[in-house]
Design a protein around this ligand. Structure first.
Ligand code: UD1
Ligand code: CA
Length: 459
């Protein structure tokens, strides 16, 4: 597209009632502004600018890798004032400027391209996207002349009762000839309810100068402007539907997509089945043929044909093909589950590798451990990795059998093929193929229990 873009993202976002700048609030797991920046990036424009103000540093950071240039607006005097911040940088530019709001993150690339094509075809000076809404509350209303042509935009706060009833609104997306834009903005006054310089006033100015102005109706769901938490939830629903549709088109089954949340940066292989109550976050990659039940997976890599049963929490972990996890497993950062391994109920892992085909089926804490192939970790096994000052490593070599209720006091190594008897506290290294037992010999006192019972009854 032969144009430049200006994204407005300096505003306070008062209606969000938040410490966080509005445009930084996450939508599908990434800041809402990132969706707009990605859109602009995909249009391959000559130049793009981002107007920043509130929490300028954090907001600018989103633009960095996308070749979008941040410009500071201070004080915040309205959308018209915001656009003027790019005037100097565009002094020698001739052509259309695409203006987008940073709080309108659902726009699709195709819609912008269609809008641009229409604007070019019409040879217009100003173009804007409009939309009819059942509930137009909060948006600027489009006032039309008797002829049906657009006359001007009136902001809700400045609108009369009658004007507020108009349900055709301004979507906040414009294409505008650069020369006209900055000339018109120099005429905009702040004599309105909000004492702001409204970008929307350029519409009336264009009409009064007889410029060719075109309005194009946009898809309702794409132009939701996020001003409040309720709007954010609405947008989240649109996003969720879109993302879930996309993955279903790619061959993923969802039993009930309304109960599945998949982040914008997640990838899923075909023939995977996502059950209700699943949350996939961050840059998570799921292989093909994977079954996932209710739970949360974040920044993790899951191989093919893995099954993740209900209520697992998995973060910064890697699970290789054919492994089985859960129910109720907690894989913390640095957990690696190798091919065909099994992690069962109430097992917590952290910075631990569980080797190929190994099993930790019940009730264990495995932290800072390297566990080889074909190992069996009995129920209730605990790696005692922390002595109150520092963390130490536990190494369990291939083919080891760890009996139930074993404590491994790190640093410690259990050699290949060794067997640890149930209830053992391992405090020193175990040689390969050895048996380690650390418990007192059992004594059976015959009839003892029975005698006690009788004593208690006073017999
Ligand atoms: C704006 C439009 C309204 C339109 C709606 C569409 C104006 C005056 N009104 O209203 O007609 O229906 O968008 O969603 O433009 N911003 C700045 N600097 C400022 C003020 C705002 O950069 O001084 C940024 C905000 O961060 C935001 C965008 O501009 O991303 C829009 O501002 P907002 O206050 O949300 O405008 P609306 O009242 O929604
Ligand atoms: Ca808005």
């Amino acid at each position: 597209m032969k144009a430049v873009a200006i994204i407005l993202a300096a505003g306070r976002g008062t209606r969000m009632k938040s410490r966080l700048a509005k445009v930084l609030h996450p939508l599908a797991g990434v800041p809402m502004l990132s969706h707009v920046i990605n859109l602009v990036h995909s249009l391959h424009l000559e130049k793009s600018f981002l107007i920043v103000g509130r929490q300028a540093e954090a907001v600018s950071a989103l633009a960095k890798t996308k070749g979008v240039i941040p410009l500071l607006q201070y004080p915040l005097l309205g959308t018209g004032d915001a656009v003027r911040k790019a005037e100097k940088a565009l002094k020698n530019f001739q052509g259309p400027v695409l203006i987008l709001n940073g709080d309108t993150p659902l726009l699709r690339e195709k819609s912008i391209r269609d809008f641009y094509a229409y604007y070019q075809r019409e040879n217009a000076t100003v173009g804007l996207l409009t939309v009819r809404l059942e509930n137009p509350k909060g948006y600027g209303r489009v006032l039309r002349q008797k002829s049906g042509e657009i006359a001007r935009i009136v902001e809700e706060k400045d609108a009369t009762q009658e004007e507020r009833r108009i349900n055709e609104v301004n979507a906040g997306v414009y294409l505008c000839d650069a020369a006209f834009l900055f000339e018109a903005l120099s005429q905009v006054r702040s004599d309105n309810k909000q004492k702001e310089y409204y970008l929307t006033d350029i519409i009336g100015i264009a009409v009064s100068q007889g410029k060719h102005l075109v309005g194009l109706e946009a898809a309702r769901e794409e132009v939701i402007g996020i001003n409040s938490r309720a709007n954010l939830a609405d947008a989240e629903e649109v996003m969720r539907t879109r993302i879930n549709r996309h993955w279903m088109d790619e061959g993923v089954t969802m039993i009930d997509p309304s109960q599945v949340r998949i982040g914008a940066a997640v990838a899923i292989g075909m023939d995977s089945v996502i059950h209700p109550g699943v949350c996939l976050e961050g840059e998570t990659i799921i292989g093909s043929g994977v079954q996932i039940y209710a739970g949360r997976i974040r920044e993790s890599k899951i191989g093919n044909d893995v099954i993740i049963k209900d209520h697992c929490v998995i973060e910064n972990a890697e699970i290789e093909s054919g492994a089985a996890i859960g129910p109720f497993a907690h894989l913390r950062p640095g957990s690696v589950v190798r091919k065909g391994a099994k992690v069962g109920n109430f097992v917590e892992m952290k910075k631990t590798e569980l080797g190929e085909g190994s099993k930790a089926s019940h009730l264990s804490y495995l932290g800072d451990a390297t566990i080889g192939k074909g190992v069996n970790i009995g129920a209730g096994t605990i790696t005692c990795n922390y002595d109150g000052l520092k963390k130490d490593q536990t190494i369990i070599e291939d083919g080891v059998f760890i009996g139930s209720d074993t404590q491994l006091v790190a640093p410690v190594t259990v050699g290949a093929g060794a067997l640890i008897a149930a209830g053992t506290t391992v405090t020193k290294d175990v040689p390969p193929d050895a048996l380690a037992v650390s418990r007192t010999k059992q004594e059976n006192h015959l009839e003892w229990a029975k005698k006690r019972r009788l004593r208690q009854k006073g017999v």
